[in-house]
Design a protein. Sequence first.
Length: 249
Amino acid sequence: MKRTHSFYFMLSFISGLLILFILLPLLRTIILPAQFIGKAIADKEVIQAIFNSVFLSIVSAVIAGIFGIPLAYILARKRFWGKRIVETIVDIPLAIPHTIVGIALLSVFGKNALLGFNFVGTRIAIVTAMVFVSLPCMVNSARDGFEAIDEKLEKVGRTLGASVYEVFRRISLPLAKRNILTGLSLTWARSISEFGAVVVVAYYPMTAPVKIWDLFTTTTLKASAGASALLLIICLTMFGLFRLLLHKK
């Protein structure tokens, strides 16, 4: 019994250090520059950049859901040649530096590039970069949800006369809803925090991470700290509310 208690005490101590490692920088970011948050709120450019990040990250999460959920269902339900290759391709954005993502997007969508039109410096470019880096969060989470559903439930629906689409809409989607919502929240969180790919394809209009970097390099640490604290409060509030809603569901 003593060994059991000692084992769990050791695990709890290590876990506590990890939690402290996460919380300490965040709390310090919010508490110390509290006096500068008011200045950040009064700065129209900071507010516009935060609005861009919040709104465009929501758009990116919706797009990732529209395109990611069908792929997730196929990966969960079908066996086909090259499936592992497709899964690997989906995870590639997690494995490469995001500045490279920005350069790669420019090679396809930039001026005189593969598709022949220039989206640099537009909100479309920002959304494209956000979707690219966050799509694995959506696909993997939704796929886990679909894989957890007993296929017998879907087969019963088919035997009762429901079409494949009706089974997907009325059985598969509702049962995987929790994982899908989790994927949407993670996609949003990953999108709103993106800097590397976004700064390459669209320095302007600025998103919040780009604006904070601009303040850090051109003004003072205090100015960037105030904007950082404001964005952090907004992100934690929205993410917390979303997780609370998901928990209740």
